[in-house]
Design a protein around this ligand. Structure first.
Ligand code: N01
Length: 539
């Protein structure tokens, strides 16, 4: 239906976000379906989370040949990564390359935030208001806002009074931060802190790491890619793509189906040693039951804790770093370049803020319940209001003005992580309830965008003007998401952002679908093949 409101420009679809998902969704709707589409992006360029996460040491922990699109043979042939794990500047170059390769920028509006989006039931249109004062209407609203894009800056008393410089890793100043000779504090030891700490330590006068929860980490063993490997990727693109689609986590490796408990201790340790030497997330694929059986998991956990104690020379520091309170991989397991070794440097110290929490930030630094630490720079590597934060901040309202924050007061409720009941014709790429963050994201993004595009094509071909997730189907899906999580050890990490536990007041709901990417793909395909079972389709 065309819009008749004055001063409102009509589009077939509005996409929010110009990361990998927004770019591929634009390409699909514009070039495959011939639709009139715009992407709104708050940042000055493409890249999504990678545009902002420019902190020192920022690097992908998916292997580079899995962290790319495979939907276009020509695109695959046009690109070569240089390292096993690309750094942020190289990933940003890839994003720019994708945008240029498909000439996407003319349909993108940068430096423009979506301030509100309301569904108008009479016209069956989304009304979208952007930060440049414009109003738009669109048949479809597609959120491509990423899962990890709303910074979680802890509300610590006194931050405003700090006389030094502070930054959150996901909103890193464009001009960078000069750490040379300075007293630096890093708060947070998740994937981000673990990447940043060795790099900051090499520059700082003194680095104090404030650790609330000790974490596992596996050496990345990053290295330049050989010409032979680059050639292999180009020659075997279809096999690589197929492998990722068949696996649980959409990576380029399969999980060994054996139990960690069915082999001898000697064999198990040899497997772990080999995986430790090889490096990377494959460590969690060494045995099939690491995320299902606590006793099996304990064997991997103990192996890593022993490694930490071997690497870190100071026994007290080693004890703090290896005193880990959750099963291995129940939180997203970081991979690192010399993280534990960094604590052997003379200019690095570790502060345990689990026993002695941060009390306040003062003009001079950080004060815990035990001591005052004078600092010139504070880096918050404190993560994200993950999966729901960016969606909730957009002021989206569905039928009868229902705000998304009310619809999700008890936690996110979606059907397949793709749609929300009461929010017709709105799709959420890698939304809560999809495997998303439990997977390597590019294959998951391809799958979601292909599904949404096929759905919209089906609607167009069959004269359907509206699609909306059914209430009961969504409740059933939430139940399946819970069951899938409860069949694993994942909920045993009580502080995890998978559960929303890192943001005060956020409902504790396990958000991603833990049943595996391959199984999830099958469910989505079957729903589409059954003329969209669980959705209401209206002409
Ligand atoms: O965030 P996190 P992250 N006071 O939430 C601590 C992806 N990623 O940015 O565990 C003190 O994991 C918090 O402590 P605790 C990846 O998916 C990808 O590191 O809550 N400390 C924890 O130590 C990853 O999982 C790449 O007790 C506070 C840390 O801050 C996800 O991003 C690279 C605190 C936060 O860890 C998030 O990782 C980097 C407070 N008030 C990241 N609040 C790739 O390579 C929080 N903490 C693709």
């Amino acid at each position: 239906m065309k819009d008749t409101q004055p001063n409102t420009r009509h589009l077939d679809a509005i996409i929010v976000g110009a990361g990998l998902s927004g770019m591929y969704q634009l390409l699909s709707l514009r070039d495959k379906l011939g639709m009139n589409v715009k992407v709104f992006e708050a940042a000055a360029g493409v890249g999504g989370t990678w545009h902002h996460n420019r902190y020192p040491g920022a690097r992908c922990d998916s292997e580079s040949h899995s962290y790319m699109f495979y939907f276009s043979k020509e695109l695959v042939q046009s690109w070569e990564w240089t390292e096993r794990y690309p750094q942020q500047p190289e990933i940003q170059r890839y994003m720019d390359h994708v945008a240029d390769f498909f000439n996407l920028r003319p349909d993108m509006v940068f430096n423009t935030r979506v301030n509100a989006a309301d569904y108008d039931e009479a016209s069956k249109l989304w009304r979208v208001h952007t930060s440049d004062g414009q109003s738009w209407s669109a048949t479809y609203l597609i959120t491509a806002v990423g899962c990890l894009s709303s910074a979680n800056v802890p509300a610590i008393e006194g931050l405003d009074s700090f006389q030094g410089q502070w930054a959150h890793t996901s909103a890193w100043p464009a001009e960078g931060i000069d750490f040379k000779g300075k007293r630096v504090g890093v708060v947070g030891t998740g994937s981000t802190g673990i990447q940043a700490i060795p790099v900051i330590a090499a520059q700082a006068g003194h680095l104090t790491v404030f650790q609330r929860t000790a974490n596992y980490s596996i050496p990345a063993r990053n290295a330049p890619l050989t010409e032979e490997f680059k050639h292999y990727v180009k020659e075997n693109a279809e096999d690589i793509r197929q492998l990722m689609n068949e696996t649980t986590n959409a990576h380029c490796f399969r999980i060994d189906p054996r139990s960690a408990l069915e082999v001898s201790e000697q064999e198990r340790n040899a497997v772990y040693e080999a995986a430790w030497a090889k490096g990377g997330l494959q460590f969690r694929a060494t045995f099939g039951d690491l995320l299902k059986d606590k006793t099996a998991n304990d064997t991997a956990a103990e192996f890593i804790k022993t490694k930490i104690r071997q690497v870190v020379k100071d026994p007290q520091t080693a004890a703090l770093l290896s005193d880990i309170d959750h099963p291995f991989a129940a939180k997203r397991p970081p991979i690192d370049s010399h993280y534990f070794e960094t604590f052997n440097r003379d200019n690095v110290s570790l502060v345990d803020i689990r026993s002695h929490p941060i009390e306040r930030i003062t003009a001079a630094g950080i004060q815990t319940t035990q001591a005052q630490y004078d600092l010139d720079v504070i880096v918050f590597a404190t993560g994200f209001d993950a999966m729901t934060g960016s969606l909730l901040r957009m002021n989206i309202s569905g039928r009868q003005g229902l705000p998304l924050k009310d619809a999700w007061a008890a936690g996110p409720r979606t059907y397949l992580g793709l749609q929300i009941p009461q929010f017709p014709n709105m799709f959420t790429i890698t939304g809560p309830g999809s495997p998303s963050v439990l997977c390597n994201l590019p294959p998951q993004i391809e799958q979601h965008v292909n599904w949404i595009t096929a759905c919209i094509a089906y609607m167009r071909d069959n004269g359907i003007s509206q699609i909306e997730a059914d209430e009961q189907a969504s409740d059933d899906w939430v139940q399946q998401v819970n069951e899938a999580a409860n069949a694993t050890l994942l909920p045993q990490a009580h502080h995890s952002w998978y559960l929303g536990a890192n943001v005060p007041g956020k409902p504790r709901v396990f958000m991603p679908y833990a049943g595996g990417f391959a199984r999830y793909r099958g469910i989505c395909d079957e729903v589409a093949a059954s003329q969209y079972r669980g959705f209401h389709l209206h002409r």
